[in-house]
Design a protein around this ligand. Structure first.
Ligand code: AMP
Ligand code: MG
Length: 342
C-alpha cells in the first residue's frame, strides 16, 4: 500500500466535464520531458508542443554546460575580470543558486564546474570514456581552487537581468537547478496559454497544477532508491506543487577500488559525496527550488540534511543506504513539513 500525501491547500475547481487527457513527450538536456494536460481541443497539441520546446530551448541556450554557444559556456571561457550581461532567466537561476550556496555554506556550489568536469560528469572527458580514471588529490585541489563562488559578483541592471563578473578560471555549472527551472518556465508558458490542469516533467523533476480529467489529482510516486528497497512507495498529489529528487543511484560509477562515485560532489572537500544518502526528494511550490534544495540535502547527507530541512521548513524525504555492517537495507526520514501532508 502506498503512503499517500496531499497538499494542505486544495483548490477544488476540476477540469470541465468532457475534458480529455492530452499528452506530449520529447527529449531535452540529455533526458526526456513529458507534458500532460486536461482540456478541450484549444490550445492545440502543436501549440503546446511549440511553447514547451521554446521554454526548454531557452534554458539550454542560456544555461547549458554542454552547448558551447550557451551564455553560460561563453562566460566559462571568458577572461579574468570580464563582466557578462545575463538575460532575466539566467539571472533568476543564478540568484537562487547563490542563495542556496549561502544557505548551505557552500555545500551547494554553482561554480563547481571545474570539479564536475574533473570527476567526469561534465562535457568532457566523461567518466564513461574508455581509459577514464578518477582524479588524484593534487588534481582535486587544483580544481577546487577554481570553485570560489564567493568571488562571483552579480549586479542587477536597471533594464532587467544582471551582470556577472568572471573572476578568472571559474566555471559555472547550474545542472543541479536548471532542470527544475525549465519545468517552472514551461509550466508558466502553458498557464499563459490558458491551461489550468497540467503536469510537466523534465528528467524526473515534476510540477503539477489543477487536476486530471475526472477530478483526480496528478498522482506521482516517488522513485524508490532501488527496486528491492522494500520501502512503501510514497504517492504524492501534485496539486499546485513540484517535486525533485537527487540521488546517488541515478548516475554513478564504481572506480577500480569498487567505490561508488556519485555525480553529486561535496564542493567543500572536492570529493564525491560518500555518506550513504541514497536519495533526497523535496516537495515545493517551485520546481527550481525543489531541484536546488534536493541537491543541497544530497550533499549534506542524512543527519545534516535533516537539520537543514527542519530549519528551513522544507518538505523532504531522505533515504539512507545502510552499510553492509549495519545489515544492509535503507533508513528513511520524512521532514515535519512533509509529514504534515500525510
Ligand atoms: P541534481 O541531480 O539536481 O542533484 O544535480 C546534479 C548535478 O549538479 C551534477 O551532475 C553536477 O553537474 C552538479 N553538481 C554536483 N554537485 C554539486 C554541488 N555540490 N552543488 C551544485 N551543483 C552540483
Ligand atoms: Mg537538483
Amino acid at each position: 500500500m502506498p503512503r499517500v500525501l496531499i497538499p494542505l491547500l486544495v483548490d477544488d475547481s476540476a477540469p470541465a466535464l468532457g475534458a480529455r487527457l492530452h499528452g506530449l513527450d520529447g527529449q531535452t538536456m540529455g533526458t526526456t520531458w513529458q507534458v500532460r494536460w486536461a482540456g478541450g481541443e484549444s490550445p492545440s497539441a502543436p501549440r503546446v508542443q511549440a511553447e514547451v520546446q521554446q521554454a526548454l530551448d531557452l534554458v539550454i541556450a542560456q544555461m547549458s554546460t554542454w552547448l558551447e554557444s550557451s551564455d553560460l559556456a561563453r562566460y566559462n571561457g571568458a577572461e579574468a575580470g570580464s563582466w557578462h550581461v545575463l538575460p532575466a532567466e539566467f539571472t533568476a537561476v543564478m540568484q537562487a543558486a547563490l542563495q542556496l550556496a549561502d544557505g548551505s555554506d557552500g555545500a551547494f556550489n554553482p561554480a563547481a564546474g571545474a570539479l564536475v568536469n574533473l570527476w567526469g560528469f561534465g562535457p568532457a572527458p566523461r567518466y564513461t570514456d574508455p581509459g577514464f580514471t578518477s582524479p588524484d588529490a593534487p588534481a582535486v585541489d587544483a580544481a577546487l581552487a577554481r570553485c570560489g563562488w564567493r568571488d562571483l559578483r552579480l549586479e542587477p541592471l536597471p533594464a532587467g537581468g544582471a551582470r556577472l563578473l568572471q573572476p578568472g578560471g571559474l566555471r559555472l555549472d547550474l545542472s543541479a537547478i536548471a532542470k527544475g527551472y525549465a519545468v517552472d518556465l514551461a509550466t508558466q508558458r502553458l498557464q499563459a496559454l490558458g491551461l489550468r490542469h497540467v503536469l510537466v516533467e523534465v528528467g524526473g523533476e515534476l510540477r503539477g497544477l489543477g487536476m486530471r480529467p475526472g477530478g483526480q489529482p496528478w498522482w506521482v510516486d516517488l522513485e524508490p532508491p532501488a527496486p528491492d528497497a522494500a520501502l512503501e512507495p510514497v504517492r504524492l498529489a501534485l496539486h499546485g506543487l513540484a517535486v525533485a529528487t537527487s540521488g546517488d543511484y541515478r548516475r554513478f560509477y564504481a572506480d577500480p577500488q569498487g567505490q561508488r562515485q556519485s555525480h553529486t560532489l561535496d564542493p567543500r572537500s572536492g570529493w564525491p559525496i560518500a555518506h550513504g544518502l541514497a536519495s533526497a526528494s523535496v516537495v515545493h511550490d517551485s520546481a527550481m527550488w525543489a531541484d536546488g534544495w534536493s541537491t543541497v540535502l544530497m550533499v549534506l547527507g542524512f543527519e545534516a540534511g535533516q537539520a537543514l530541512a527542519t530549519r528551513h521548513g522544507l518538505a523532504a524525504l531522505l533515504v539512507r543506504r545502510r552499510s553492509p555492517a549495519e545489515g544492509g537495507g535503507f533508513d528513511e526520514w520524512m521532514s515535519p513539513a512533509l509529514r504534515a501532508m500525510a
